[in-house]
Design a protein around this ligand. Structure first.
Ligand code: NAG
Ligand code: NAG
Ligand code: NAG
Length: 449
């Protein structure tokens, strides 16, 4: 074991070396002597020396002035927004932040979107939306204009819209006892999202609104979390009148490239050695600043092709410019390891802690052994009706297997040429996705009315 362990260490070191150098040599600090935006890695700068429009507006490197057209002004406000409050206000709407305490002590900030008047919705039609892996509640509000943000469309139609957040992301870094610098704080995977974050948040919303049920819309992991939660909590099935999955990752195909495939099939120990046991992607804002917006956009595009073979061809560059700067948010390394396990085992299963015996030998002897089989999430027991909207070109979704593993009422909508992010951001998303969702919601309203 000790030979293996040293090999792991060496491999981890090689992968980490550039990052380590950067942080250990304090290049971050060195840069800050030249440019103040490197001072606060957690602050997306609103400094005007950063020009996001040098391309479209070659004559001027300055930022907002009164002559810029209103759409460009809105987009610039979104790009430089520090948090969801800024984004919502830029669109002219209001937002209330609520804090949900999970049964295991995490404090999650969730966001209720209010109409421009600021009136608290009295509607019985509640829509709860949940983001995907490595993102946060801002995800649904990153359309390049107001009509391309589903929550605002729903608020206009009289729905009471709430956006959730997972433990550990930008908005949910608090715990009653643990500090987010503790390793223990980051000891969570999809299991905890399903056992605590989703059901506890839904209970909170139903309690505040005094309603009995709501409609859930999840993007990617946000839909997997809900399906997992529904499979583990039978009561929850009564509280969700319809589940809508956008790009519902549950049983993904493999990843696109050999390095990732190697990581996917490697023992979690290697992942932990490379990324540590706490957060993954903690320094995303820093990299963003270092690279500058244009280069960052290119890097994100290239990485998406590299990892998942998403060409992002259906997403307009101006949509990327607005969406990418806010797209990523930290999560635990363990939650990423969990997805690797799901991809590797081709089963929608709970986190594998390393075998009944806790022995690492389990990994050496192959994924399934006679003594160790981690339980799948029992998705066959779900009774909530499901509406799944997915891209036919999405590598991360195996829709046939997904449908096979649900025995509730399932309706699917496959979109030709669509990839993963397209159900949020494609150029015709309003017609192809948002209108379909709105029609579906109207159907339930007439049913319950
Ligand atoms: C972020 O940085 C900007 C400009 O550098 C500053 O005005 C703002 O107060 C900072 N915000 C926070 C939360 O530190
Ligand atoms: C949802 O709750 C409403 C009352 O708030 C009730 O009339 C309706 O039957 C419920 N729907 C489902 C599917 O349970
Ligand atoms: C789907 O369900 C079948 C049983 O109906 C089960 O054997 C299989 O493991 C499930 N697949 C996944 C990916 O969970």
């Amino acid at each position: 074991m000790s030979v293996l362990s040293s090999l792991l260490n060496i491999f981890a070191l090689i992968i980490q070396l550039p990052l380590l150098l950067f942080h250990k040599l304090g290049i971050e600090q060195y840069l800050s002597t030249f440019h103040p935006i490197f001072n606060k890695p957690d602050n997306i700068s609103t400094s005007s020396s950063f020009s996001f429009y040098s391309n479209s507006n070659p004559s001027s490197t300055s930022v907002i002035n009164d002559e810029t057209d209103p759409l460009e002004k809105l987009q610039q406000k979104i790009i430089t927004a520090i948090d969801i409050v800024d984004i919502v206000h830029a669109h002219g709407y209001k937002v209330h932040e609520h804090i949900v305490q999970t049964k295991d002590g995490y404090l999650l900030s969730i966001h209720r979107i209010l109409p421009p008047s600021g009136d608290i919705p009295q509607s019985s039609k509640i829509v709860y939306m949940h983001h995907g892996l490595l993102t946060n509640s801002e995800l649904f509000l990153l359309g390049e204009n107001t009509n391309r943000c589903l929550p605002f469309l729903l608020v206009n139609l009289g729905y009471d819209v709430w956006l959730g957040n997972n433990r550990g992301n930008k908005y949910s870094r608090k715990h009653l006892i643990l500090s987010s610098t503790d390793e223990k704080f980051w000891d969570y995977s999809l299991d905890e999202f399903a056992m605590f974050d989703i059901p506890n948040t839904i209970d909170y919303i139903l309690q505040i609104t005094k309603q009995q049920n709501l409609t859930y819309i999840g993007f990617s992991q946000g839909s997997a979390q809900c399906l997992a939660a529904l499979s583990l909590n039978h009561d929850l099935n009564e509280k969700i009148n319809l589940f809508i999955g956008l790009s519902p990752a549950m049983i993904p195909h493999g990843l696109n490239n050999p390095i990732c495939s190697f990581l996917v099939s490697s023992a979690p120990a290697l992942m932990y050695r490379i990324f540590g046991k706490r957060a993954i992607l903690p320094s995303v804002v820093f990299w963003q600043k270092l690279m500058g917006p244009k280069f960052y956009q290119e890097v994100v595009d290239k990485s998406l092709v590299f990892l998942f073979n998403w060409k992002s061809g259906n997403i307009h560059p101006s949509q990327k410019k607005v969406g990418y700067p806010h797209m990523f948010s930290p999560s635990s390394v363990k939650s990423v390891v969990h997805w690797f396990q799901i991809i590797d085992s081709k089963r929608f299963q709970m986190f594998d802690e390393g075998g009944a015996s806790g022995s690492k030998l389990v990994y050496l002897s192959g994924a399934s052994t006679k003594t160790n089989r981690v339980a799948s999430f029992p998705t066959q027991t779900i009774t909530t009706p499901c509406y799944l909207i997915y891209g036919e070109s999405d590598m991360l979704i195996d829709i046939e297997k997904t449908v096979q593993n649900l025995s509730c009422d399932v309706e699917t909508l496959g979109l030709k040429g669509y990839e993963h992010m397209d159900t949020l951001w494609s150029t015709n998303v309003e017609e192809a996705v948002f209108n379909k969702i709105i029609n579906k919601l109207k159907q339930i309203d007439t049913k319950t009315a």
